[in-house]
Design a protein around this ligand. Structure first.
Ligand code: GDP
Ligand code: IMO
Ligand code: MG
Length: 419
């Protein structure tokens, strides 16, 4: 059997958590392949709301096995909080959440380094989530990282060596900190982590595949935050594109089947960096208010704008998207006019290619479409779609060249329409 991949096509927060939860009944195994607690994946069902950070979004439907893959970075303290909150709400995980021994550990000093580097950047700061993501992936690539599997092998010495090195860097920057309380919570988290099945997840997943099991790979962040192809340097530090599912889980490219690309019917971004279709007017505020666009991890207001088809075509290309999933279309229900950016104008020249520097004088070229002015939140089937909404879908499919297979009309699991 093969692996289907779900990933975000914009700057994150597209609604990946909700869709993974909706599609989980079709799979036996769900695996996160990159990122860490910088993610906040929201799920709503039966009047309950959950925000998952490191744990895959397949844990709520039918006792499926969930895996945190080798490409993920884990902060044991935050992991413990997340697991305990789920246990308290009646969702014990120990038997069905497996963790790769090759996943890297976010150390307390990685979190401090993240804050220190941001502070030192001043106005050009990335606006990270402050979870130590960049420094942890940096240590991974520079071969200084600690992995989950290291917990059982002379861990104290390895931990001291790594943190001593980090402390030297922090001292060079004159960064002030109080490590003790963070370390205490971190080591308590490590004890919790040890109670889980820590496995060679690449072997496990491939054995399951050869037995005919269907796997869903869950991405975090979005392709425009990818370390290679995103709006660098205002990106995260992992491969958020489909190729990241191969390296982050140990699956071969020819095992990938469908690639579900998720996008909002408009667009948002948190943190710094270029965002060509960003709106600073009342339409932008309306999107923020109606879409409740505030970060699920940091609570920061998200920057809002119209859908950017230049960026979407680019990320569809990078990922080989086979099916599109459009989220939050209900947020546009009351707009008279909806705009979509179909090209960029750069120094007077129109282009449909994403430029090297997305921030340098890029002006969006818009097409305006009439809104549908209909409350879609309770709709259950595409037969109920208003004509103008169908026109918007057809326009997007024509522009993007990929079918829109699922439309989401509200945050609840039930507010999902398969086409
Ligand atoms: P993720 O990081 O991609 O999983 O997305 P987030 O959970 O960070 O952000 C998506 C937000 O939109 C969450 O608050 C969801 O509950 C909410 N949401 C998801 N789908 C819809 C939808 O179709 N309509 C509305 N109004 N909200 C949605
Ligand atoms: P999910 O999975 C939106 C952004 C941060 C910052 C940049 C780098 O919920 O879609 P990092 O802490 O990763 O070093 O921050 O990336 N960012 C996200 N934005 N959704 C996310 O995750 C994000 N994870 C990181 O705001 O601009
Ligand atoms: Mg999110």
């Amino acid at each position: 059997m093969k692996v289907d991949v779900i990933l975000g096509l914009q700057w994150g927060d597209e609604g990946k958590g909700k869709v993974v939860d909706v599609l989980t009944p079709n799979y036996q195994l769900i695996a996160r392949f990159q990122g860490g607690p910088n993610a906040g994946h929201t799920l709503e069902f039966e009047s309950q709301k959950y925000v998952l950070r490191s744990i895959p979004s397949g844990i709520f439907q039918g006792g499926k096995i969930n895996i945190i893959g080798n490409g993920v970075v884990i902060d044991p303290a935050l992991f413990k909080d997340e697991v305990e909150a789920l246990e308290a709400s009646g969702h014990p995980l120990t038997d069905r959440l497996y963790i790769s021994k090759k996943a890297h550990l976010i150390l307390p000093t990685h979190r401090l380094l993240d804050a220190c580097y941001e502070q030192s950047k001043g106005d050009s700061k990335i606006g990270t989530t402050g979870k130590g993501i960049g420094p942890t992936y940096t240590d991974k690539v520079s071969r200084n990282g600690l992995r989950v599997g290291d917990i059982f092998h002379d861990f104290e010495a390895k931990y001291r060596k790594a943190t001593d090195r980090h402390k030297e860097i922090l001292a060079q920057y004159g960064f002030q900190y109080d490590l003790e309380p963070i370390e205490k919570a971190w080591f308590a988290g490590l004890e919790k982590l040890k109670t889980f099945n820590l496995i060679d997840s690449e072997n496990f997943i491939n054995k399951q595949l050869s037995k005919g099991i269907k796997v869903l790979a869950e991405g975090a962040q979005g392709s425009m935050l990818d370390v290679d192809f995103g709006s660098y340097p205002f990106v995260t530090s992992s491969s958020t594109v489909c190729a990241g599912a191969c390296t982050g889980l140990g699956i071969a490219p020819n095992k990938i089947d469908d690639v579900f690309g998720i996008f909002k019917a408009y667009c948002t971004r948190v943190g710094s960096g270029p965002f060509p279709t960003e709106l600073f007017d009342e339409d932008g505020q309306k999107l923020r208010d109606l879409g409740y666009e505030y970060g699920s991890v940091t609570g920061r207001p998200r920057r809002c704008g119209w859908v950017d088809l230049v960026a979407l075509r680019y990320t569809i290309m990078l990922n080989g998207v086979t099916k599109l999933i459009m989220m939050k279309s209900d947020v546009l229900d009351t707009f008279d006019t909806i705009k979509a950016c179909v090209a960029y104008k750069i120094r007077g020249q129109e282009t449909t290619d994403l430029p090297f520097d997305l921030g340098d004088g890029v002006e969006p070229v818009y097409v305006s479409l009439p809104g549908w002015k209909t409350d879609m939140a309770q709709m259950q089937s595409e037969n109920e779609f208003p004509e103008q909404f169908n026109n918007y879908l057809s326009f997007l499919e024509r522009e993007l060249g990929v079918p829109i297979a699922i439309v989401s009309v509200g945050p609840n699991r039930a507010q999902t329409i398969l086409r």
